[in-house]
Design a binder for this molecule. Structure first.
Ligand code: NAD
Length: 405
Protein backbone atom coordinates (compact mmCIF):
# COMPACT_ATOMS: atom_id res chain seq x y z
CA UNK A 1 0.00 0.00 0.00
CA UNK A 2 1.44 3.38 -1.03
CA UNK A 3 -0.31 6.42 0.46
CA UNK A 4 -2.52 5.91 3.51
CA UNK A 5 -4.40 9.21 3.66
CA UNK A 6 -8.09 9.96 3.39
CA UNK A 7 -8.72 7.61 0.47
CA UNK A 8 -5.86 5.19 1.00
CA UNK A 9 -7.05 4.34 4.51
CA UNK A 10 -10.44 3.18 3.18
CA UNK A 11 -8.93 1.40 0.20
CA UNK A 12 -6.46 -0.41 2.47
CA UNK A 13 -9.23 -1.46 4.86
CA UNK A 14 -11.37 -2.77 2.00
CA UNK A 15 -8.42 -4.54 0.36
CA UNK A 16 -7.20 -6.45 3.41
CA UNK A 17 -10.72 -7.75 4.00
CA UNK A 18 -10.89 -9.32 0.53
CA UNK A 19 -10.28 -13.06 0.42
CA UNK A 20 -6.95 -13.81 -1.25
CA UNK A 21 -5.45 -10.35 -0.82
CA UNK A 22 -2.76 -9.78 1.78
CA UNK A 23 -1.00 -6.52 2.54
CA UNK A 24 2.67 -7.13 3.35
CA UNK A 25 4.07 -3.59 3.49
CA UNK A 26 2.85 -0.02 3.68
CA UNK A 27 4.48 3.23 2.61
CA UNK A 28 3.78 6.87 3.32
CA UNK A 29 5.88 10.01 3.58
CA UNK A 30 4.07 10.91 6.81
CA UNK A 31 5.09 8.65 9.69
CA UNK A 32 1.79 8.83 11.57
CA UNK A 33 0.21 7.09 8.62
CA UNK A 34 2.50 4.12 9.17
CA UNK A 35 0.77 3.78 12.51
CA UNK A 36 -2.61 4.26 10.83
CA UNK A 37 -1.81 1.55 8.26
CA UNK A 38 -1.00 -0.93 10.97
CA UNK A 39 -4.10 0.02 12.97
CA UNK A 40 -6.18 -0.76 9.87
CA UNK A 41 -4.36 -3.97 8.97
CA UNK A 42 -4.28 -5.34 12.50
CA UNK A 43 -7.95 -4.40 12.97
CA UNK A 44 -8.84 -6.58 10.00
CA UNK A 45 -6.28 -9.38 10.24
CA UNK A 46 -4.57 -9.21 13.64
CA UNK A 47 -1.19 -8.77 11.88
CA UNK A 48 1.12 -5.82 11.38
CA UNK A 49 3.39 -5.08 8.41
CA UNK A 50 6.68 -3.35 7.68
CA UNK A 51 6.36 0.35 6.95
CA UNK A 52 8.60 2.80 5.13
CA UNK A 53 8.77 6.30 3.68
CA UNK A 54 10.32 5.00 0.42
CA UNK A 55 7.95 3.41 -2.08
CA UNK A 56 10.93 1.95 -3.91
CA UNK A 57 11.44 -0.39 -0.91
CA UNK A 58 8.09 -1.97 -1.83
CA UNK A 59 9.05 -2.19 -5.49
CA UNK A 60 12.29 -3.98 -4.53
CA UNK A 61 10.40 -6.50 -2.38
CA UNK A 62 10.05 -9.74 -4.36
CA UNK A 63 7.17 -10.94 -2.16
CA UNK A 64 4.95 -8.18 -3.49
CA UNK A 65 2.80 -8.88 -6.58
CA UNK A 66 1.03 -5.55 -6.81
CA UNK A 67 0.84 -2.10 -5.26
CA UNK A 68 -2.22 -0.03 -4.44
CA UNK A 69 -1.43 3.65 -4.83
CA UNK A 70 -3.42 6.44 -3.16
CA UNK A 71 -1.09 9.43 -3.23
CA UNK A 72 -1.90 12.94 -4.53
CA UNK A 73 -2.26 13.18 -8.30
CA UNK A 74 1.11 14.79 -9.06
CA UNK A 75 2.81 11.59 -7.88
CA UNK A 76 0.66 9.05 -9.80
CA UNK A 77 2.66 8.82 -13.02
CA UNK A 78 6.07 8.31 -11.44
CA UNK A 79 4.91 5.61 -9.04
CA UNK A 80 2.88 3.74 -11.69
CA UNK A 81 5.77 3.77 -14.17
CA UNK A 82 8.33 2.74 -11.55
CA UNK A 83 6.02 -0.03 -10.32
CA UNK A 84 5.45 -1.39 -13.84
CA UNK A 85 9.18 -1.30 -14.53
CA UNK A 86 9.73 -3.22 -11.27
CA UNK A 87 7.27 -5.91 -12.44
CA UNK A 88 4.40 -4.97 -10.13
CA UNK A 89 0.75 -4.64 -11.10
CA UNK A 90 -0.80 -1.36 -9.98
CA UNK A 91 -4.14 -0.10 -8.73
CA UNK A 92 -3.81 3.70 -8.75
CA UNK A 93 -6.36 6.21 -7.62
CA UNK A 94 -8.16 8.52 -10.01
CA UNK A 95 -7.58 10.66 -11.97
CA UNK A 96 -4.78 8.65 -13.55
CA UNK A 97 -2.75 11.72 -14.52
CA UNK A 98 -1.91 15.24 -13.47
CA UNK A 99 -0.73 16.26 -16.96
CA UNK A 100 -1.89 15.01 -20.38
CA UNK A 101 1.47 13.63 -21.54
CA UNK A 102 1.84 11.41 -18.46
CA UNK A 103 -0.99 9.17 -19.64
CA UNK A 104 0.86 7.91 -22.69
CA UNK A 105 3.96 7.18 -20.60
CA UNK A 106 1.82 5.10 -18.23
CA UNK A 107 0.17 3.19 -21.09
CA UNK A 108 3.58 2.41 -22.56
CA UNK A 109 5.03 1.30 -19.20
CA UNK A 110 2.07 -1.07 -18.66
CA UNK A 111 2.32 -2.46 -22.21
CA UNK A 112 6.08 -2.87 -22.24
CA UNK A 113 6.12 -4.70 -18.91
CA UNK A 114 2.87 -6.60 -19.50
CA UNK A 115 1.43 -5.27 -16.23
CA UNK A 116 -2.13 -4.83 -15.02
CA UNK A 117 -2.80 -1.15 -14.36
CA UNK A 118 -6.23 -0.35 -12.93
CA UNK A 119 -7.42 3.17 -12.23
CA UNK A 120 -9.39 3.63 -9.02
CA UNK A 121 -12.55 5.25 -10.22
CA UNK A 122 -14.92 2.73 -8.71
CA UNK A 123 -17.97 3.58 -10.78
CA UNK A 124 -16.48 1.42 -13.52
CA UNK A 125 -17.31 -1.61 -11.34
CA UNK A 126 -20.71 -0.38 -10.14
CA UNK A 127 -23.57 -2.82 -10.62
CA UNK A 128 -25.93 0.10 -11.18
CA UNK A 129 -23.92 1.57 -14.05
CA UNK A 130 -23.53 -1.96 -15.45
CA UNK A 131 -27.33 -2.32 -15.42
CA UNK A 132 -27.75 1.05 -17.14
CA UNK A 133 -25.31 -0.07 -19.83
CA UNK A 134 -27.22 -3.31 -20.34
CA UNK A 135 -30.57 -1.51 -20.59
CA UNK A 136 -29.23 1.06 -23.05
CA UNK A 137 -27.65 -1.64 -25.22
CA UNK A 138 -31.02 -3.42 -25.28
CA UNK A 139 -32.59 -0.22 -26.60
CA UNK A 140 -34.72 0.34 -23.49
CA UNK A 141 -34.54 4.13 -23.81
CA UNK A 142 -33.94 4.28 -27.56
CA UNK A 143 -31.03 6.18 -29.00
CA UNK A 144 -29.01 8.03 -26.34
CA UNK A 145 -27.26 11.12 -27.64
CA UNK A 146 -27.19 13.28 -24.53
CA UNK A 147 -26.01 12.65 -20.95
CA UNK A 148 -25.91 15.05 -18.04
CA UNK A 149 -24.20 14.69 -14.67
CA UNK A 150 -24.82 17.15 -11.85
CA UNK A 151 -23.44 17.42 -8.32
CA UNK A 152 -23.36 20.17 -5.74
CA UNK A 153 -21.65 20.49 -2.37
CA UNK A 154 -22.00 23.27 0.15
CA UNK A 155 -19.75 22.80 3.16
CA UNK A 156 -16.12 23.45 4.08
CA UNK A 157 -15.29 19.74 4.06
CA UNK A 158 -17.05 19.21 0.73
CA UNK A 159 -14.99 22.10 -0.62
CA UNK A 160 -11.63 20.66 0.52
CA UNK A 161 -11.19 22.98 3.52
CA UNK A 162 -9.51 20.07 5.29
CA UNK A 163 -7.86 20.67 8.67
CA UNK A 164 -4.27 19.32 8.57
CA UNK A 165 -3.40 16.63 11.13
CA UNK A 166 -2.52 18.44 14.37
CA UNK A 167 0.94 17.00 14.85
CA UNK A 168 2.07 17.19 11.19
CA UNK A 169 5.61 18.63 11.05
CA UNK A 170 8.75 18.53 8.91
CA UNK A 171 10.08 15.97 11.42
CA UNK A 172 7.36 13.39 10.73
CA UNK A 173 6.69 14.25 7.08
CA UNK A 174 9.19 14.08 4.20
CA UNK A 175 7.96 17.37 2.73
CA UNK A 176 10.69 17.65 0.08
CA UNK A 177 9.69 14.30 -1.43
CA UNK A 178 5.98 15.10 -1.05
CA UNK A 179 6.52 18.09 -3.38
CA UNK A 180 7.73 15.73 -6.11
CA UNK A 181 8.41 17.62 -9.34
CA UNK A 182 6.46 20.66 -8.13
CA UNK A 183 8.29 23.91 -7.31
CA UNK A 184 10.12 23.91 -3.95
CA UNK A 185 8.23 25.60 -1.12
CA UNK A 186 8.64 25.80 2.63
CA UNK A 187 6.67 23.21 4.61
CA UNK A 188 2.98 24.06 4.28
CA UNK A 189 0.44 21.91 6.16
CA UNK A 190 -2.44 23.54 4.24
CA UNK A 191 -1.02 22.46 0.90
CA UNK A 192 -0.42 18.97 2.32
CA UNK A 193 -4.09 18.64 3.31
CA UNK A 194 -5.74 20.71 0.57
CA UNK A 195 -3.57 19.74 -2.42
CA UNK A 196 -6.65 19.34 -4.70
CA UNK A 197 -7.05 23.10 -4.72
CA UNK A 198 -3.57 23.81 -6.15
CA UNK A 199 -2.41 23.36 -9.73
CA UNK A 200 0.97 21.92 -8.78
CA UNK A 201 -0.61 18.80 -7.27
CA UNK A 202 -4.28 18.51 -8.30
CA UNK A 203 -6.82 19.50 -10.91
CA UNK A 204 -9.63 21.05 -8.85
CA UNK A 205 -13.22 20.01 -9.45
CA UNK A 206 -12.50 18.19 -12.69
CA UNK A 207 -9.85 15.83 -11.34
CA UNK A 208 -11.60 15.38 -8.03
CA UNK A 209 -15.22 14.92 -9.09
CA UNK A 210 -15.79 15.20 -12.86
CA UNK A 211 -13.68 12.09 -13.30
CA UNK A 212 -16.22 9.93 -11.46
CA UNK A 213 -19.08 11.21 -13.63
CA UNK A 214 -17.02 10.75 -16.79
CA UNK A 215 -15.97 7.23 -15.80
CA UNK A 216 -19.61 6.17 -15.46
CA UNK A 217 -20.54 7.87 -18.72
CA UNK A 218 -17.59 6.48 -20.74
CA UNK A 219 -18.37 3.01 -19.41
CA UNK A 220 -22.11 3.04 -20.06
CA UNK A 221 -21.82 4.73 -23.46
CA UNK A 222 -18.88 2.61 -24.62
CA UNK A 223 -16.61 5.62 -25.11
CA UNK A 224 -13.04 4.56 -25.95
CA UNK A 225 -11.41 7.91 -26.70
CA UNK A 226 -11.15 11.36 -25.17
CA UNK A 227 -13.92 13.84 -26.02
CA UNK A 228 -13.47 15.72 -29.27
CA UNK A 229 -14.13 19.11 -27.70
CA UNK A 230 -14.90 20.69 -24.33
CA UNK A 231 -16.16 24.10 -23.34
CA UNK A 232 -16.26 25.17 -19.69
CA UNK A 233 -18.14 27.93 -17.92
CA UNK A 234 -17.84 28.97 -14.28
CA UNK A 235 -15.39 30.63 -11.96
CA UNK A 236 -14.10 31.01 -8.44
CA UNK A 237 -17.02 32.80 -6.81
CA UNK A 238 -17.26 31.80 -3.16
CA UNK A 239 -14.29 29.91 -1.68
CA UNK A 240 -11.75 32.70 -1.97
CA UNK A 241 -9.19 31.08 0.33
CA UNK A 242 -6.20 31.08 -2.02
CA UNK A 243 -7.32 28.12 -4.09
CA UNK A 244 -6.46 28.07 -7.77
CA UNK A 245 -9.54 26.39 -9.29
CA UNK A 246 -13.16 27.39 -9.91
CA UNK A 247 -15.79 26.45 -7.34
CA UNK A 248 -18.51 26.46 -9.99
CA UNK A 249 -17.69 24.58 -13.15
CA UNK A 250 -19.93 23.38 -15.96
CA UNK A 251 -18.42 21.73 -18.98
CA UNK A 252 -20.04 20.66 -22.24
CA UNK A 253 -18.31 17.84 -24.05
CA UNK A 254 -18.70 16.71 -27.66
CA UNK A 255 -18.18 13.05 -28.52
CA UNK A 256 -19.20 11.37 -31.80
CA UNK A 257 -23.03 11.31 -31.69
CA UNK A 258 -23.03 12.26 -28.03
CA UNK A 259 -23.20 15.47 -26.02
CA UNK A 260 -22.23 15.30 -22.33
CA UNK A 261 -22.84 18.06 -19.79
CA UNK A 262 -21.08 17.92 -16.41
CA UNK A 263 -22.37 20.58 -13.99
CA UNK A 264 -20.74 20.90 -10.59
CA UNK A 265 -20.70 23.46 -7.82
CA UNK A 266 -19.20 23.80 -4.36
CA UNK A 267 -21.60 26.61 -3.48
CA UNK A 268 -24.95 24.76 -3.26
CA UNK A 269 -25.71 21.30 -1.95
CA UNK A 270 -27.37 19.27 -4.65
CA UNK A 271 -27.78 15.54 -5.09
CA UNK A 272 -25.42 13.88 -7.54
CA UNK A 273 -27.33 12.51 -10.51
CA UNK A 274 -26.34 11.10 -13.90
CA UNK A 275 -29.05 11.17 -16.56
CA UNK A 276 -28.92 9.26 -19.82
CA UNK A 277 -31.37 10.93 -22.18
CA UNK A 278 -32.75 8.70 -24.93
CA UNK A 279 -35.31 8.96 -27.69
CA UNK A 280 -37.49 6.50 -25.73
CA UNK A 281 -36.88 7.65 -22.15
CA UNK A 282 -34.49 8.56 -19.39
CA UNK A 283 -32.27 6.49 -17.13
CA UNK A 284 -31.42 8.43 -14.00
CA UNK A 285 -28.79 7.24 -11.52
CA UNK A 286 -28.61 8.93 -8.13
CA UNK A 287 -25.39 8.91 -6.12
CA UNK A 288 -25.95 6.27 -3.49
CA UNK A 289 -27.21 3.83 -6.05
CA UNK A 290 -30.87 4.28 -6.92
CA UNK A 291 -31.63 4.10 -10.63
CA UNK A 292 -34.94 4.79 -12.32
CA UNK A 293 -35.98 4.07 -15.89
CA UNK A 294 -38.72 6.32 -17.23
CA UNK A 295 -39.95 5.42 -20.68
CA UNK A 296 -41.28 7.77 -23.34
CA UNK A 297 -43.08 6.68 -26.48
CA UNK A 298 -41.75 9.56 -28.54
CA UNK A 299 -45.27 10.44 -29.75
CA UNK A 300 -47.36 13.60 -29.41
CA UNK A 301 -49.59 13.49 -26.33
CA UNK A 302 -51.98 16.15 -27.64
CA UNK A 303 -52.91 17.65 -31.01
CA UNK A 304 -49.89 19.62 -32.17
CA UNK A 305 -50.07 23.32 -31.20
CA UNK A 306 -49.14 24.22 -34.75
CA UNK A 307 -52.90 23.93 -35.35
CA UNK A 308 -53.42 27.38 -33.78
CA UNK A 309 -52.33 28.64 -37.18
CA UNK A 310 -55.26 26.84 -38.90
CA UNK A 311 -58.63 28.46 -39.49
CA UNK A 312 -61.19 27.12 -36.97
CA UNK A 313 -62.84 24.64 -39.33
CA UNK A 314 -59.56 22.95 -40.24
CA UNK A 315 -58.36 23.04 -36.62
CA UNK A 316 -61.54 21.35 -35.33
CA UNK A 317 -61.31 18.70 -38.01
CA UNK A 318 -57.64 18.02 -37.29
CA UNK A 319 -58.20 17.85 -33.51
CA UNK A 320 -61.22 15.57 -33.86
CA UNK A 321 -59.32 13.21 -36.09
CA UNK A 322 -56.25 13.33 -33.79
CA UNK A 323 -58.33 12.34 -30.75
CA UNK A 324 -60.10 9.57 -32.67
CA UNK A 325 -56.78 8.13 -33.70
CA UNK A 326 -54.76 8.63 -30.50
CA UNK A 327 -56.99 8.66 -27.43
CA UNK A 328 -56.92 5.38 -25.49
CA UNK A 329 -59.76 3.05 -26.43
CA UNK A 330 -62.09 2.31 -23.49
CA UNK A 331 -60.81 -0.65 -21.50
CA UNK A 332 -57.60 -0.90 -23.51
CA UNK A 333 -55.28 1.73 -21.96
CA UNK A 334 -51.98 0.55 -20.44
CA UNK A 335 -49.49 2.51 -18.33
CA UNK A 336 -46.06 3.07 -19.84
CA UNK A 337 -43.79 0.83 -17.82
CA UNK A 338 -40.85 2.10 -15.77
CA UNK A 339 -38.53 0.54 -13.24
CA UNK A 340 -36.52 1.38 -10.14
CA UNK A 341 -33.31 -0.41 -9.21
CA UNK A 342 -31.47 -0.05 -5.90
CA UNK A 343 -28.12 -1.23 -4.58
CA UNK A 344 -28.48 -4.14 -2.13
CA UNK A 345 -27.86 -3.12 1.51
CA UNK A 346 -24.14 -2.66 2.28
CA UNK A 347 -23.16 -2.88 -1.38
CA UNK A 348 -19.86 -1.12 -2.11
CA UNK A 349 -18.73 -0.36 -5.64
CA UNK A 350 -15.25 0.31 -4.19
CA UNK A 351 -15.09 -3.25 -2.85
CA UNK A 352 -16.21 -4.58 -6.25
CA UNK A 353 -13.64 -2.41 -8.01
CA UNK A 354 -10.82 -3.67 -5.79
CA UNK A 355 -12.09 -7.21 -6.21
CA UNK A 356 -11.96 -6.77 -10.00
CA UNK A 357 -8.36 -5.56 -9.70
CA UNK A 358 -7.15 -8.48 -7.58
CA UNK A 359 -8.97 -10.90 -9.91
CA UNK A 360 -7.11 -9.37 -12.87
CA UNK A 361 -3.83 -9.74 -10.99
CA UNK A 362 -4.55 -13.42 -10.36
CA UNK A 363 -6.03 -14.36 -13.73
CA UNK A 364 -3.92 -12.00 -15.91
CA UNK A 365 -7.15 -10.91 -17.60
CA UNK A 366 -7.15 -7.21 -18.57
CA UNK A 367 -8.37 -4.76 -15.97
CA UNK A 368 -11.91 -3.37 -16.23
CA UNK A 369 -10.45 0.15 -16.02
CA UNK A 370 -7.06 -0.04 -17.67
CA UNK A 371 -4.59 2.75 -18.39
CA UNK A 372 -6.21 3.57 -21.74
CA UNK A 373 -9.62 3.98 -20.09
CA UNK A 374 -8.05 6.04 -17.28
CA UNK A 375 -6.20 8.17 -19.79
CA UNK A 376 -9.37 9.01 -21.72
CA UNK A 377 -11.25 10.18 -18.64
CA UNK A 378 -8.19 12.05 -17.33
CA UNK A 379 -7.80 13.88 -20.64
CA UNK A 380 -11.47 14.88 -20.43
CA UNK A 381 -10.72 16.41 -16.99
CA UNK A 382 -7.67 18.25 -18.34
CA UNK A 383 -9.78 19.55 -21.25
CA UNK A 384 -12.30 21.07 -18.82
CA UNK A 385 -9.47 22.96 -17.06
CA UNK A 386 -7.79 23.90 -20.34
CA UNK A 387 -11.02 25.47 -21.53
CA UNK A 388 -11.45 27.37 -18.26
CA UNK A 389 -7.88 28.67 -18.02
CA UNK A 390 -7.41 29.41 -21.75
CA UNK A 391 -10.82 31.03 -22.06
CA UNK A 392 -11.52 29.02 -25.20
CA UNK A 393 -12.84 25.67 -26.33
CA UNK A 394 -10.48 22.75 -25.72
CA UNK A 395 -10.05 20.45 -28.72
CA UNK A 396 -8.44 17.02 -28.45
CA UNK A 397 -5.80 16.61 -31.16
CA UNK A 398 -5.49 12.83 -31.28
CA UNK A 399 -2.64 12.74 -33.80
CA UNK A 400 -0.43 15.03 -31.72
CA UNK A 401 -1.81 13.72 -28.42
CA UNK A 402 -2.43 17.17 -27.04
CA UNK A 403 -5.15 19.66 -26.24
CA UNK A 404 -5.39 22.70 -28.49
CA UNK A 405 -7.67 25.70 -28.60
N1 NAD B 1 -11.84 6.99 -5.72
C1 NAD B 1 -12.30 7.90 -4.89
O1 NAD B 1 -13.50 7.98 -4.61
C2 NAD B 1 -11.34 8.86 -4.26
C3 NAD B 1 -11.72 9.63 -3.15
C4 NAD B 1 -10.77 10.48 -2.59
C5 NAD B 1 -9.51 10.58 -3.12
N2 NAD B 1 -9.18 9.83 -4.21
C6 NAD B 1 -7.83 9.91 -4.80
O2 NAD B 1 -6.94 9.28 -3.91
C7 NAD B 1 -5.65 9.89 -3.99
C8 NAD B 1 -5.22 10.33 -2.60
O3 NAD B 1 -6.13 11.29 -2.14
P1 NAD B 1 -6.31 11.55 -0.58
O4 NAD B 1 -7.45 12.46 -0.41
O5 NAD B 1 -6.31 10.26 0.16
O6 NAD B 1 -4.95 12.33 -0.24
P2 NAD B 1 -4.27 12.49 1.18
O7 NAD B 1 -3.46 13.72 1.09
O8 NAD B 1 -5.27 12.37 2.27
O9 NAD B 1 -3.31 11.22 1.28
C9 NAD B 1 -2.24 11.02 0.42
C10 NAD B 1 -1.11 10.34 1.18
O10 NAD B 1 -0.07 10.05 0.25
C11 NAD B 1 1.17 10.29 0.87
N3 NAD B 1 2.17 10.51 -0.16
C12 NAD B 1 2.31 11.57 -0.99
N4 NAD B 1 3.31 11.38 -1.85
C13 NAD B 1 3.87 10.17 -1.54
C14 NAD B 1 4.93 9.42 -2.05
N5 NAD B 1 5.70 9.88 -3.05
N6 NAD B 1 5.22 8.23 -1.49
C15 NAD B 1 4.48 7.76 -0.45
N7 NAD B 1 3.43 8.42 0.07
C16 NAD B 1 3.12 9.61 -0.47
C17 NAD B 1 0.92 11.50 1.74
O11 NAD B 1 1.88 11.61 2.76
C18 NAD B 1 -0.49 11.22 2.25
O12 NAD B 1 -0.47 10.53 3.48
C19 NAD B 1 -5.81 11.04 -4.98
O13 NAD B 1 -5.38 10.65 -6.25
C20 NAD B 1 -7.30 11.30 -4.98
O14 NAD B 1 -7.76 11.87 -6.18
C21 NAD B 1 -10.06 8.98 -4.76
Amino acid sequence: MIGIGMQGSGVLDASVRLPGAECVAACDLYDDRHMLANQIISGATGKTVATTRRYRDLLDNKEIDCVVVAVPDHWHKQIIVDACNAGKDVYCEKPMTHQVEEGFEIIEAARKNNRIVQVGSQRRSSITFAKAKELIEQGTIGEVNSVEAVLGRNSPCGSWVYVPPVDLSPENLDWETWLGDAPRRPFDPLRFARWRAFKDYGEGLSGDLFVHALTGIHYVMGVHAPPQRAQSAGGLFYWKDGREFPDVMSTLYDYPNLCVAVLMTQCTRREGVTRFLGTRGIIEIRDGGQMTVTRQDGQDDAPCYYDTSYPKKSRDAYEKSWHEKNDPKPGAAKPIEGETYIFPANYSELVDHLWDFFESVKTRQPSVEDAVFGNNTSIACHMANYSHFHNSAAVWDASRRRITA
